[in-house]
Design a protein around this ligand. Structure first.
Ligand SMILES: [Zn+2]
Length: 249
């Protein structure tokens, strides 16, 4: 049995379902749940997107698809599934993880981080600033931690009280005087946005509730992270587009 997060499922023929999931021990996999649409006992409602489940798998040789023999829900997250803002955030985080982690590469730290994210989101009111901090942590777990303390261009620290511009190629906030002329993207970060990003990352997730940042500062961080995710991906990220539409950003 392997604990997994379901990303999506789709019909496969008359009775089967094709399921994409992140397994804690095996990484991203695609599996076939035979007769899932008919077998209520083995699968009834246990393969819903964004739920955490225990799957009984049968691995096959020379074939990417595994058989899913049984599924048992561990966390159903009904509060996420009936709230569009929470659905959008979850879809975005899982898409980031699926884009940057190839199939069959298990990462237990990443898995545990995502499960904790789901439980927190399910039981709390969405907080845009905490989401931004979680997004920075997630990018870090995926190997792309953006920096907000050292300028990637000159390697000197960003002094408190100074503004910066987010450098996509440098992967972090850089001095306004170090912005290269080739970089046309204006991703300005005010001193307060930088300070909150730095402080938020230095504290644990729950203490982040104490942080405050006005809408302008949040918008600056949001724009920088969205642009960075797209830059890393090298293409559009559908769930990010959905998230932005939802927030009118
Ligand atoms: Zn610099």
């Amino acid at each position: 049995m392997t604990r997994s997060i379901i990303l999506k499922k789709q019909d496969r023929g008359e009775a089967d379902e094709l399921v994409v999931f992140l397994s804690r021990d095996l990484g991203w996999l695609t599996g076939v749940a035979k007769n899932a649409k008919r077998s209520r006992i083995r699968f009834g409602g246990h393969l819903e997107p964004f739920s955490v489940v225990d799957l009984t798998l049968r691995l096959r040789r020379k074939d990417e698809l595994v058989w899913i023999d049984e599924a048992q829900v561990v966390g159903g997250f009904l509060n996420i599934r009936c709230d569009l803002a929470k659905v959008a955030r979850t879809a975005y985080f899982l898409e980031l993880a699926s884009v940057f982690v190839p199939e069959g590469h298990p990462d237990t730290d990443l898995f545990d981080f995502l499960v904790e994210f789901l439980y927190t989101l399910d039981t709390s009111t969405p907080n845009p600033l905490l989401f931004i901090l979680d997004e920075i942590r997630l990018l870090g777990r995926l190997g792309y931690a953006p920096r907000f303390d050292i300028c990637p261009e000159c390697s000197n620290p960003l002094e408190p009280g100074t503004a910066a511009n987010f450098s996509l190629s440098g992967g972090g906030a850089c001095h306004l005087s170090c912005v290269s002329s080739q970089s046309s993207e204006n991703l300005f970060l005010s001193p307060s946005a930088l300070a909150v990003a730095r402080r938020g990352l230095a504290m644990d997730r729950e203490s982040g509730n104490r942080l405050r940042l006005n809408k302008t500062g949040q918008g600056e961080l949001r724009r920088a992270l969205s642009a960075f995710a797209r830059y890393l991906r090298g293409a559009e990220i559908n769930s990010l587009l959905f998230l932005e539409k939802l927030y009118g950003q």
